[in-house]
Design a protein around this ligand. Structure first.
Ligand SMILES: [Mg+2]
Length: 233
């Protein structure tokens, strides 16, 4: 029987990645007349992946990666005016109005009466705190964890700290790489929500389709069906 549900937040409870995509489009148009790169998105992704090891995930890391890409693809000729505009884009990204996916508040309210709920979210502390506050969901969760990365060790330490038995815990998220694989590795059930297109980095992992502890849903409100299935098995 399931007793705990752990939720990812960005692109699971609310939309987030699409704002990064919009920013990336603006970034590309800013560089159009200066860039010598044939594929700016691919170049940016390469820089972002390198910078994860230095700056982690989130808006700050993304902003630095845009600046670094701008310098590289213009051989250092990018005007400082453009760098200022990129910094503005980074700040804009921390101001978008947060919108929950349909039915999320209702669902979380209902589940909070029957289950222990944990939110496990990754990114910049400051920005994640802003989004959690704006979501209005904070007080429905028993625990909220903001982490710099999502590895099996991190999940293990969170679940140990809160004395959660992984075999009765479901991890729900939109990323195979960050939410599903590392939590299933420490014994959780995994539910992938494929709401909308992911950041490409998060897609670079194989789905554990051969595991009977893995489920896929296209909208979060279908989670209750999966819980009934697991609980009645
Ligand atoms: Mg996510």
């Amino acid at each position: 029987m399931i007793s705990t549900i752990a939720f990812d937040a960005d692109d699971t409870l609310w939309s987030n990645n699409k704002h990064f995509n919009t920013t990336e489009d603006t970034f590309k148009s800013l560089l159009e007349e200066y860039s010598t790169s044939s594929d700016l998105s691919a170049h940016l992704l390469k820089v972002e992946k390198k910078n994860i090891a230095y700056h982690g995930f989130g808006v700050k890391s993304f902003t630095l990666s845009m600046i670094e890409t701008a310098i590289e693809v213009t051989q250092g000729r990018v005007p400082t005016r453009i760098i200022s505009q990129i910094l503005d884009l980074g700040r804009e990204l921390q101001r978008y109005p947060l919108v929950l996916y349909p039915g999320v508040r209702n669902l979380i309210e209902k589940l909070s009466t029957d289950y222990t709920l944990i939110m496990i979210t990754m990114g910049d502390l400051f920005d994640q705190e802003r989004k959690i506050a704006q979501s209005g969901l904070g007080n429905l969760f028993d625990q909220i964890e903001i982490v710099s990365k999502k590895t099996p060790e991190n999940y293990r330490s969170i679940f140990d700290r809160h004395e959660i038995d992984c075999s009765s815990c479901v991890m729900v998220g939109n990323s195979i790489r960050s939410d599903i694989l590392p939590s299933m590795k420490v014994g959780c059930w995994g539910v992938l929500v494929s709401n909308e297109p992911n950041w490409e980095y998060e897609n670079e992992a194989r789905k554990p389709i051969d595991s009977n502890r893995y489920f896929e849903i296209s909208e979060l409100i279908q989670l209750q069906n999966v819980l009934s299935k697991i609980n009645s098995a």
